[in-house]
Structures are given as C-alpha cells and as structure tokens.
Write a protein that binds this ligand. Structure first.
Ligand code: AMP
Length: 284
C-alpha cells in the first residue's frame, strides 16, 4: 500500500490507473479509522481495481469552538487498518496541501437540506464537507465513492451535489456499523467517559423502539419523535441537540402521516461529546 501526502503524488497514481483503464473507488474519511470505515473500504475493494482512502481532518467543516484540534489523528494505525481492509493508496494531505490559499472556492448546497438537523447547530459544516469532497472527487476521479449511512444528512447533501454538478461518480451508501451493544461506531466515541459511553446507548435503544412502533403500524412521525425524545431525556447525562424526522430525499418536513421513506435522526451531547445516530423508516 502506498501513502501519498501531496496532490501531485496522488495525481500521478490516478493518471497511471486511468491510462491502464483501472476502475477507482474512493473512501473519504477523517481518519481515526474503525470498523465503520473498514466496511466502506472493504466494499470499495470488492468493486474497484484501485482503492483510495483519504485521511484528512478537514478544517473547513469544523465551526469555532468545535473539536478540530482535539480530533484524533492516528495516521500510522489508519494506514495499517486501511491496508488490512484492502486499500491501495492512503491519501493523507496537510491542510495547506488541500487549502493552499485563504482566498478559496467554496462548493455549497443551498436549501433546507443543509439547514435542518446538523446544519442548524453546525451552520458552516456542510459547506466544508461539499467543498472538500469536491476537491477529493476532482483529484481521485473515482468511478465509485463510498459513504456511511451513519452521517445520513451528509449522504443526502452529497447525493444532491453530485446530481447538481454532474459529477461523474456513483455513490455507494453503506449501513451503520455498531458496537455489539448498539452504539454506532464513531471516531468521537473515544472522547466518552465510561459513564457517558453507557449513557450513549440510549440513542440506538430509543431509535430501535421507534422502529418497532413503526413496524407495528405507527405512522405519526411526531409521535415517534416524542417517544425517542422522552427516552433520551430520561437519561441524566444526555443533552439533546435535536430529535427530528424528515422526508427523504430532500429532508423536507413531513406533511401529515408517514407515507414514504423518511429519516429519524438524533444528535445528543454527553458531556462535551456530541453523538449522532439515525434510522430510515421505509414508509408504505
Ligand atoms: P468520518 O471519518 O467520521 O468523516 O467518516 C468517514 C466515512 O465513514 C463517512 O462516510 C461516514 O459516514 C462513514 N462512517 C463513519 N462511522 C461509520 C459507521 N459506524 N458505520 C458506517 N459508516 C461509518
């Protein structure tokens, strides 16, 4: 496996692959890789001849006071895991390499899709995400790019960006990988104290409860939100950022009962750590 730290190095590898007619799979990450990322890399390995994993803690998607400086940076371990899962290249640029100048071009998806949920509490977040993912798409020129359902809103935003900007890439969305007890795997889980870690289980537990009610026929979105909200609020260490439900794919408010696919998503703080989780309800 090869580690590329510069745009020039990556470009050379991509050019060689293109000349040889090899298909390219890209897995964008911020590193501190775990099995969630691993599932994306493994899927990319199955479907492509060249697998590129980017490891870049993207500064433009962090707001003031967020955890940019504290975010775990574990490049050596990341390279090992990426290689084990079948990556050919890890692209780990410096911020200066990705953002050479302070005057820069932004790629922004506008509308409610970036304003609700995480876009509400993290106003610049998705603009940073779409900007860096555009840069990565242009550099890696992937046939396939892999994202996790863990970041459900990011998935919808990137789908929209790809459609609007005619990016020549197919997206593969992989299911949420969880710990055995249900906690969604996240690079940020390492911030949690043992008590917070335990309290965090309420997210998957409450979403499972909502899913069970949905399967039993409950189609009132507000009722499902209330069930989840009450369960989370009953956990003393939790501080709710949001518990909301939106219609897919555009994250529009539900008009009446659930009649099509929708996203039930939560963001909750445990101490200083903000965790997210979600389920998709395939309404019929
Ligand atoms: P991150 O490094 O947190 O930016 O995540 C990089 C990619 O891995 C994103 O597409 C995430 O949605 C995905 N990912 C992160 N955690 C998980 C998980 N637990 N299961 C599946 N995919 C995940």
């Amino acid at each position: 496996m090869k580690l590329c730290k510069t745009v020039a190095e990556l470009r050379t590898e991509v050019a060689l692959a293109k000349v040889a007619g090899r298909s390219i799979g890209l897995v964008p990450t911020m590193g501190a890789l775990h099995e969630g990322h691993g599932s994306l890399i493994a899927a990319a390995r199955k479907e492509n001849e060249l697998v590129i994993v980017s490891v870049f803690v993207n500064p433009t998607q962090f707001g003031p006071g967020e955890d940019l400086d504290a975010y775990p940076r574990t490049l050596e371990a990341d390279c090992l895991l990426a290689e084990q899962m079948g990556a050919d290249i890890v692209f780990a640029p410096t911020p200066k390499e990705m953002y050479p100048s302070e005057d820069m071009t932004w790629v922004e998806v506008t509308g409610d899709i970036t304003k609700v949920l995480c876009g509400h509490s993290r106003p610049i977040h998705f603009c940073g995400v779409t900007t860096v993912v555009s840069k990565l798409f242009n550099l890696a020129q992937p046939d396939w790019a892999y994202f996790g359902q863990k970041d459900a809103q990011q998935v919808q935003v990137i789908k929209r960006m790809v459609k609007d900007l005619f990016f020549n890439v197919q997206l593969r969305i992989m299911p949420i990988v969880r710990e055995a007890d249900g906690l969604a795997k996240s690079s940020r889980n390492t911030y949690l104290s043992p008590e917070e870690r335990k309290a965090g289980l309420v997210l998957s537990r409450s979403l499972r409860q909502a899913e069970a009610l949905f399967q039993q026929g409950e189609r009132d979105g507000a009722e499902l939100v209330e069930v989840v909200r009450e369960m989370i609020a009953a956990e003393p260490l939790s501080e709710i950022d949001y518990v909301e439900i939106y219609a897919l794919p555009d994250l529009t408010p539900l008009a009446g009962k659930i009649a099509g696919p929708c996203l039930l998503a939560v963001a909750v703080r445990f101490g200083t750590t903000r965790l997210i989780d979600n389920i998709i309800l395939e309404g019929a």
